[in-house]
Design a protein around this ligand. Structure first.
Ligand code: ADP
Length: 266
């Protein structure tokens, strides 16, 4: 089994203030997936510009102090949920046009978080789809949260990867982003940043004491935490640039040495 994540930075124009698809990347990647060989495949995609602008505007996941705030956040929840569902629909349609039997799985319909971490999610249906040869497609979504002070949360595609990895024990986890892998510092800010081929523990990362060697911020920081906790239970993952031709295909086909490998120290 392979779990493949397509970053919001790859399939959408992430910096757009309104939802904008990167159609070129999406259809190229769909073709690469259809040209590669796998037995069981689950796809998880990020929200990019279909989710972040709304999640930010309505600050979903932050403390709710008044009835008015609750009403506003509920409206934001509906808007965000619908927008990411639209993106998922475009992704599934594109995959199907390339011959992939993509089925949409809406996280907000079966996942509940507690203090922003997945508390409950029944994966039986996903297993059933896999048994039948479908490719389940999940995505970053808004979900209900059991913590009364926030009531709602944003569930990232990266946290979904962590949960599915832990429960389903895939042979491989591949993450396609808009950078070549993990660098010693943000490559978008520092042109002299260097790619790190293997990350084995959070000790490799820059801490406040300045002991580590890698400074990871923003989206990549959260991603790496999720992946390191998978590595601890023996599940390796690979971060690569899905914006470059054929890397997703090569990785699905088992080619090693592309991007950054995240694995356990042992
Ligand atoms: P995605 O949408 O693909 O899941 P994110 O946009 O959330 O990915 O995170 C990827 C971004 O993280 C990169 O575009 C990069 O600007 C940023 N980043 C910050 N620090 C690093 C680092 N040390 N190595 C690689 N990327 C980094």
């Amino acid at each position: 089994m392979i779990i493949l994540k397509l970053g919001g930075s790859v399939i959408t124009r992430k910096d757009s203030a309104t939802p904008l698809l990167d159609h070129e990347n999406l259809s190229r990647i769909a073709k690469e997936i259809s040209d590669s060989s796998y037995d069981e495949l689950i796809i998880v995609h990020g929200a990019g510009s279909f989710g972040h602008p709304y999640a930010k505007e309505y600050s979903i996941g932050e403390k709710i102090e008044t009835e008015e705030e609750l009403q506003k956040k509920k409206l934001g929840f509906c808007i965000t949920q619908n927008s990411v569902k639209n993106l998922n629909s475009l992704v599934c349609e594109n995959l199907r046009e390339h011959g992939i039997l993509a089925v949409s799985i809406q996280p907000s319909s079966f996942v509940v978080t507690k203090n922003k971490r997945i508390y409950h999610a029944n994966l039986d249906l996903i297993k059933k789809y896999l048994d039948l040869g479908f490719v389940p497609v999940l995505y970053g979504d808004t979900v209900l949260d059991l913590d009364e002070s926030i009531k709602m949360a944003i569930l990232s595609g990266d946290q979904i990867i962590n949960y599915l990895g832990e429960k389903l024990k895939p042979n491989r986890v591949i993450l396609g982003s808009d950078v070549d892998g993990i660098y010693d510092k943000n490559p978008k800010k520092y042109p002299d940043a260097e790619l790190v081929q293997v990350v084995t523990s959070s000790e490799d990362l820059e801490s406040t004491e300045g002991t580590g060697t890698v400074d990871v911020t923003g989206g990549m920081g959260g991603k790496l935490k999720e992946l390191l906790s998978l590595a601890e239970i023996g599940i390796e993952s690979q971060i690569l640039n899905a914006g470059h031709d054929n890397l997703v295909k090569k990785a699905i086909n088992g080619e090693k040495g592309i991007g950054t490998l995240i694995k356990s120290k042992k």
